[in-house]
Every structure is written in C-alpha cells, then in structure tokens.
Ligand binder design. Structure first.
Ligand code: ATP
Ligand code: MG
Length: 452
C-alpha cells in the first residue's frame, strides 16, 4: 500500500518525476532504501530527505542518508529491532542496518499550536507537544509532530527541504528548492532573522553550505548573519564543537574560515579573536591559513586529518597572545600553563573533548622540545607518539614566516639520516648548559603523559 498518496499536506508540494530529476536509485544507499520500505510496509509514509537528496541532485556523493516519516519515534523503534532514540532537543531514531546507521526523524510540526489553531490545544494535540522556548526566542525542546508540509517548513534551507519517495522515486519540493539548486542559491525558509534566533547554529550551517556547495546566499539569508552573530554565544557548547569539526573537516576549511571572518563569525567561535587584532602576530594568523589549506589538500587525497592538529593550529594565535607578555625564550612550563588556559577558555565556548585538547597541547609543548637542541630533548621528541604531528606543525610555523634558525631542515635531515649520521648530528650540537637548566625548571609543570 502506498500510504504517501493520501498523506495530509503532500498536495502542497510540486512533484518532480524521476525522468526529470535524473537521480538513480543505484546512487542511494541500500540500507536507507530498506529503512524506507520497512516503514512503508508497516503502514507509514517515509522519504529520503535533506542533505542526501540535495547532494545527489548536485552530483555529489552524500555523506549520509536521512529518512523522514510520519511514524512516531516509539513506532519507529517497534519497526526496527536494532534502533535507539537519541537526542533531547530533537528526538531522532538511529536505525542500524549492517554497518550503516540511518537517521530517522518524525515529521515536525509548528511550535505555536495554540496560536495556529486560535485556541488552546486539545488533550491529544497537547500530547503532540514537547517544546519550549527561551526568553530570546531560542528553541530549547522541539518535539512537536506534524504533517509533511509542516516538516518541510521547519527545515532550514529550501535546498534541504526536498523529499524523495522510494516507490516512484519522485522528488517532492515544498519551497522551490530545486530552482534554488539550479540557480545556485542558498535561501532560508521563512523569516531568516526569526529562524536564526530560534537556532543560531543555522548561521554556521549557512556558511558551511554556501562554501561547500558553491552557492551564493540571497540577501535575506546572508545579511542578518552580520548582525545576529552574537547569538551564537548562547548555543550549546557541544553542538558548536560538532559544527566546528564539520566546518573545518569538510574539505573547504580555508574558504570557510575566510567566509566566517568576512561575516564576523570567527570572533564568536574563537573568543581569542575578540580583542583588538594587533595582539595577534602575523605569522600565527598565516599559520592558521596554511594549516587549513593543508587540511583541505589532505582531505582531497583521502588522507586522515586529526582534529587535535586542526585545533592546535586554530588556537595557535590564542597561545601566542597569552605568551605575548612573557619575553622569549619561553619555558616549557610557561607554554604548558598558557596552553591549558587557552584550551579551558575555548572549551567553555565550544566543548573540546579532553583527549583532543590534550593532544593539541602536546603538539604545542613538543614545539619547545623540538627547538631544544640537546640529546635528551631530541630523543624524547623523536620517540613521542605525536612527533610527526609536532614536526609538521614546526614546518608550518617556518612556512608562516617564523624564524626558527633552520630547525625544520635540521629535523628533516635527522629523520632521513641513518643511525651513524644521526650520532654525528648530535655530536655537532652547540653547547647546551644554560638551555638544559631552563628545560629542567620548565619540565616540572608540563602536561603529563596521560590525561587525568
Ligand atoms: P550534511 O549531512 O551534508 O552536513 P545535511 O543537510 O544532511 O548536510 P544534517 O545536519 O544531516 O545536514 O541534517 C539533515 C537535515 O535536517 C537537513 O538537510 C535539514 O533539512 C534538517 N536540519 C538539520 N539541522 C537543522 C536546523 N538547525 N534547522 C532546521 N533544519 C535542520
Ligand atoms: Mg545529513
């Protein structure tokens, strides 16, 4: 039975047949299709939705496949044995199919059921409500169920509100998303200001999609961001960290950072960018750009990128700022202490999992050890599990214009040398008594080898 044919609200969409949109079923994950069919067989309506439909239309390979349905979370759970409800703000059901996890969401409705209905909601309607707002208009809890057209209106951008049925494989377009895709335009559904107030993270999503998909924001979508950026300070810190990884781990980190800066959002994401920019030394800023470019080219080559390295680079200007008043050469203890403060300050803003911030701090501290030309520091650094990351970071510092006395070239040669050549290189090191004393003083308060 095709339940979608008599689905309330479906008549509000333009339907585009497969022959016209040209996506093939073969491009869709089998797991996602299985989930849609299982829900339909259980008597519900279900569609592929969001980023996967958008990306397929753009000829890109979707990162994941999401499904929207009129089944309630508990009903979805009953259809799939291997599933669980996650999320508080939005209830989402994760359905496991082999190695894939498909995100299934119930159609969401409007918040103000009372206003829309012009009367107090009935008991049954009240049971559909599970939403709350903060004084600033931000949505705190958001489990109000509705029809498919309402679900479409609750999505962020027109290009993210396209639904694809599994049976006839037609696309349902409620907000002219297909035209926007064709014209390469990012357009918020509804009143953009209000939508950013409801959920400020949408501003970051706007930047991410515009850059990643090469779209231009229409004025109504782009302009309010410059005025409302500050609202991001009230967004949940763990969510901001997730978004940070998506912003800089999607293969377009350099352009995304530039766009964030252009819209004044970099200062909101990274608190150290608040104070007057003359405190930020030029090479540190250049290092951020180089690191992001590096990240993009690694992703283009399918090489892994580590969040710890990315974070060490993004927060390098903050560390330099903190170390600013301390005259060089800095001790390891000074670097460790400032590094910790930088990380704590940033984590208050955008949660940073401890294992990641710990590794970032090690990369910073290893910079000091790599610069120490004595045997013990060299042996310690060379055997350190983060040596490779720290060495790459050292090279970036030199490329960014920092004068390190040829340290990068020395380490490159040292790694390429055989044991005998390495011993000669160590013998040729200059005197080290003063540095050794400094190091001993400094090492006492450095980050321990394991996180507490
Ligand atoms: P990608 O997965 O490539 O990052 P996506 O569009 O699939 O892009 P998801 O975060 O997976 O993004 O969300 C899936 C869909 O849920 C979106 O396409 C959009 O329709 C809706 N959505 C996600 N976040 C929001 C939000 N903050 N406000 C409104 N709708 C949202
Ligand atoms: Mg997605």
């Amino acid at each position: 039975m095709n339940t979608s044919l008599r689905l309330p609200g479906i008549d509000k969409a333009i339907s585009i047949p497969q022959a016209e949109h040209g996506i093939s079923r073969k491009q869709v994950s089998e797991a996602a299709l299985r989930v849609v069919h299982a829900l339909e067989n259980a008597g519900f309506a279900a569609f592929l939705v969001g980023g996967c439909v958008r990306d397929l239309l753009l000829g890109l390979r979707p990162k994941d496949f999401d499904v929207a349905t009129n089944a309630r979370p508990e009903q979805i759970r009953r259809v799939f044995r291997r599933s669980r409800i996650i999320g508080r703000r939005f209830k989402i059901v994760h359905v496991r199919q082999g190695r894939e996890i498909i995100e299934v969401t119930t159609f969401r409705g409007h918040h103000q059921a009372e206003n829309r209905l012009g009367r107090k909601p009935s008991r049954e309607q009240s049971q559909n409500l599970d939403s709350a707002h903060s004084h600033a208009g931000m949505t705190l809890l958001d489990n109000v169920y509705g029809d498919i057209d309402e679900d479409a209106a609750r999505r962020d951008f027109t290009i993210n509100a396209l639904y694809c049925s599994a049976g006839r494989f037609e696309i349902l377009d409620f907000h002219d998303g297909l035209r926007d895709l064709r014209e390469r335009r990012l357009r918020m559904i509804g009143d953009a200001r209000e939508r950013y107030r409801e959920d400020p993270v949408r501003m970051l999503r706007a930047v991410r999609f515009a850059v990643k998909l090469g779209l231009s924001m229409d004025d109504a979508t782009g302009k309010p961001i410059r005025q409302l950026g500050q609202l991001l300070e009230s967004a949940a810190a763990p969510r901001l960290f997730d978004e940070l990884l998506k912003l800089f781990g999607g293969g377009h980190a350099e352009a995304t950072f530039r766009q964030l800066r252009e819209m004044g959002l970099d200062r909101i994401l990274f608190s150290h960018r608040h104070p007057s920019p003359q405190h930020i030394s030029d090479p540190a800023d250049r290092l951020v750009e180089l690191a992001l470019r590096n990240t993009d080219s690694r992703i283009a080559k399918d090489l892994p990128v580590t969040p710890a390295f990315l974070l060490a680079a993004l927060l390098w200007p903050a560390l330099q700022q903190r170390l600013g008043p301390m005259p060089p050469p800095r001790t390891l203890a000074q670097i460790a202490e400032c590094g910790e403060r930088v990380v704590v300050e940033q984590a208050a803003h955008t949660t940073i999992p401890r294992r990641i911030s710990f590794a970032s701090r090690q990369i910073w501290e290893l910079q000091h050890r790599l610069e120490c030309r004595n045997r013990r520091a060299i042996a310690f650094s060379h055997e350190h599990p983060r040596f490779r990351a720290a060495y790459d970071f050292l090279l970036l510092r030199e490329q960014s214009g920092e004068q390190l006395g040829g340290m990068g070239a020395w380490w490159t040669a040292f790694q390429q040398a055989d044991k005998g050549e390495q011993a000669t290189m160590l013998d040729e090191l200059p005197g080290r008594s003063a540095r050794k004393r400094r190091k001993r003083r400094g090492r006492r308060r450095a980050t321990p080898e394991r996180p507490a």
